[in-house]
Ligand binder design. Structure first.
Ligand SMILES: *[C@@H]1O[C@H](CO)[C@@H](O)[C@H](O)[C@H]1NC(C)=O
Ligand SMILES: *[C@@H]1O[C@H](CO)[C@@H](O)[C@H](O)[C@H]1NC(C)=O
Ligand SMILES: *[C@@H]1O[C@H](CO)[C@@H](O)[C@H](O)[C@H]1NC(C)=O
Ligand SMILES: *[C@@H]1O[C@H](CO)[C@@H](O)[C@H](O)[C@H]1NC(C)=O
Ligand SMILES: *[C@@H]1O[C@H](CO)[C@@H](O)[C@H](O)[C@H]1NC(C)=O
Ligand SMILES: *[C@@H]1O[C@H](CO)[C@@H](O)[C@H](O)[C@H]1NC(C)=O
Ligand SMILES: *[C@@H]1O[C@H](CO)[C@@H](O)[C@H](O)[C@H]1NC(C)=O
Ligand SMILES: *[C@@H]1O[C@H](CO)[C@@H](O)[C@H](O)[C@H]1NC(C)=O
Ligand SMILES: *[C@@H]1O[C@H](CO)[C@@H](O)[C@H](O)[C@H]1NC(C)=O
Ligand SMILES: *[C@@H]1O[C@H](CO)[C@@H](O)[C@H](O)[C@H]1NC(C)=O
Length: 464
């Protein structure tokens, strides 16, 4: 059974208001087991890099500027050919489609032409074109994106779309080359590898998704892959073998009223795949992220410098690890945390997180010189500890700041560098007998005067 059983998307309503809602996704209609061979295809990513589009895009139906504005409705389109799109809209054309069915078969022979230019995508909108797709069924097999947007000025509007795919590199919504997709009311399923539900690609693609359901089953498939901007509101999703968000580099992802479950790597897995970048941003508001794996952290960061804003949000893990900051990245295999052997430019992750109006449980873990700034404000409570991830290498470090409306319940001895508290008596800390060590020489810990302070629950705060 592939349907998502989720509690109310408004997961933070009082318990009495919670209702169990069962959500259908397209894999309830076309079982992935019927396309198991497609979904087992491992795409070959060891292919030579290409910087420019190699040859014209092949498509069964092409709408270009010569036809200016085209409207179609109640049509069926199909193609059974490799490296061939069903519909191509290009050269500044305007394409308006409603009640259309698109059914595609045919393989992609090159991962990079499929990823960077949308070769073999069922619907490819390119080069400053505009498409509006309403009430569409786009079903693809053998590995093809459902809807692709490419090029500066290209905008694809989607409303009420049923998107099914089997096979690799079969993203539901896929934007690159500065293309944009704005989608409402999407039901998406992808069964193959590297097939995120909603994805940007190099160098930039912007994807906005509202009121949608997404289910990605394959390794390397997240709900959202940020290369550019991801903005999501009211999305319920599961990524069985990936995180909710993959992000590579200094991108933006904003999730509002989303309820998303992740099965591999982390609730989010955010990294720089080459040189460490600075300026990434993750915002979670009125949302819930759940991780399924026994060791999966809620939020995972490697080789990146990022601002994280957690507002009125739940993060549920089985691992007890809320945030990991690591000297690491995710490789093109998308199934492990990579080390120095994969990228000798790796640097520690620096994570600047602000938490508001949330109740969080779990630990902060920083590896080999990584750093987490953890600022709790506006009636936030945190139950957990912070600790260095490994005995080898440079210690991970932490700064913690609490405002007077927030509180912290320790679950282990914890060492922090800068420590500030809006409650200067530290009355908002429950120590449960543990010790909070602070660095008396750190600029923002000086107010403590190097003193040992008794905490509620029998523990103390004292200098390192
Ligand atoms: C888009 O424009 C580029 C550059 O002119 C061209 O090489 C490419 O074939 C065009 N793509 C499509 C799908 O028309
Ligand atoms: C289509 O691709 C598949 C898988 O790579 C291959 O087996 C088949 O021969 C290709 N068909 C054509 C017409 O090239
Ligand atoms: C969409 O099209 C596919 C392929 O024709 C079909 O199997 C599926 O039932 C359709 N989905 C809906 C919701 O009609
Ligand atoms: C994307 O935008 C960049 C920066 O403006 C530009 O250099 C590049 O040519 C654009 N790419 C496409 C495919 O439009
Ligand atoms: C991220 O958002 C900020 C603020 O809205 C914006 O200035 C920046 O350009 C965005 N970055 C990307 C990569 O979209
Ligand atoms: C941390 O990164 C190292 C490589 O630098 C990797 O071996 C280890 O598995 C990672 N652990 C986590 C939890 O990220
Ligand atoms: C901690 O803060 C939360 C949220 O404001 C509040 O519900 C809880 O009662 C507080 N706990 C303690 C021990 O102060
Ligand atoms: C820790 O970081 C140093 C560089 O500062 C690096 O040489 C070393 O390989 C890293 N250790 C691990 C386990 O990744
Ligand atoms: C304490 O902070 C000072 C000043 O930033 C720093 O030089 C020192 O290494 C820190 N000590 C420990 C034990 O982390
Ligand atoms: C403490 O915070 C200051 C900024 O206020 C920063 O420069 C410093 O690196 C932090 N850590 C330590 C150990 O001093």
């Amino acid at each position: 059974m592939a349907s998502l059983s989720l509690l109310s998307i408004f997961g933070l309503l009082p318990v009495a208001c919670l209702a169990v809602v069962t959500i259908q996704d397209p894999s309830d209609v076309i079982p992935p087991s019927a396309w198991a061979a497609d979904n087992a295809i491992v795409p070959d990513y060891n292919v030579p890099f290409i910087a420019t589009q190699p040859s014209p895009i092949q498509a069964a139906y092409t709408y270009d500027s010569r036809k200016k504005s085209v409207s179609v409705d109640h049509q069926s389109y199909t193609v059974n050919k490799n490296d061939t799109s069903v519909i191509l809209v290009t050269d500044g054309a305007k394409f308006d489609a409603s009640y259309i069915d698109v059914l595609k078969y045919g393989y992609s022979s090159n991962l990079l032409t499929a990823s960077f230019y949308g070769f073999n995508a069922a619907v490819n909108v390119a080069n400053g074109s505009e498409a509006t797709l309403k009430n569409v069924n786009i079903t693809v097999h053998n590995g093809a994106a459902n809807i692709y947007s490419y090029g500066t000025g290209t905008v694809v509007h989607v409303d009420n779309a049923w998107l099914y795919s089997s096979g690799p590199v079969s993203h539901g919504l896929y934007a690159s080359g500065n293309g944009t997709i704005i989608a409402h009311n999407v039901q998406q399923f992808s069964g193959g590898m590297r097939s995120s539900s909603f994805s940007g690609d190099s160098p930039v693609g912007d994807v906005y998704v509202y009121n949608s359901v997404a289910h990605a089953a394959g390794v390397g498939s997240a709900t959202f892959y940020a290369l550019g901007t991801i903005y999501a509101e009211n999305v319920q999703s599961i990524s069985e073998k990936g995180p909710v968000v993959f992000m590579d580099g200094a991108q933006n992802a904003t999730l509002i009223n989303c309820d998303s479950t992740a099965g591999l790597l982390g609730g989010v897995a955010i990294f720089s795949s080459q040189i460490r970048t600075s300026g990434a941003s993750l915002k979670l508001k009125n949302s819930r992220i759940t991780t399924l794996g026994k060791t999966m952290p809620g939020l995972w960061f490697g080789n990146t410098i990022i601002n994280v804003d957690i507002d009125t949000t739940e993060i549920n893990t089985q691992s007890g690890v809320l945030v990991t900051a690591n000297y690491s990245q995710i490789t093109q295999d998308f199934d492990y945390y990579a080390g120095y052997a994969d990228n000798n430019n790796l640097l520690p992750a620096l994570v600047y997180a602000t938490v508001s109006e949330s109740k969080l449980k779990g630990d902060l873990v920083a590896y080999n010189g990584s750093y987490i700034s953890w600022k709790l404000q506006d009636h936030t409570s945190w139950t957990g500890a912070a600790y260095d991830g490994a005995s080898a290498g440079k210690a991970g470090t932490f700064d913690v700041a609490l405002d007077s409306s927030s509180n912290w319940t320790l679950t282990k001895d914890t060492k922090v560098q800068n420590f500030t508290d809006g409650d200067r008596t530290l009355g908002n800390i429950q120590s449960a007998g543990f010790t909070l060590y602070y660095n008396a020489s750190a600029g923002q810990s000086k107010w403590l005067g190097g003193k040992t302070v008794k905490l509620n629950g029998g523990g103390v705060a004292k200098p390192l």
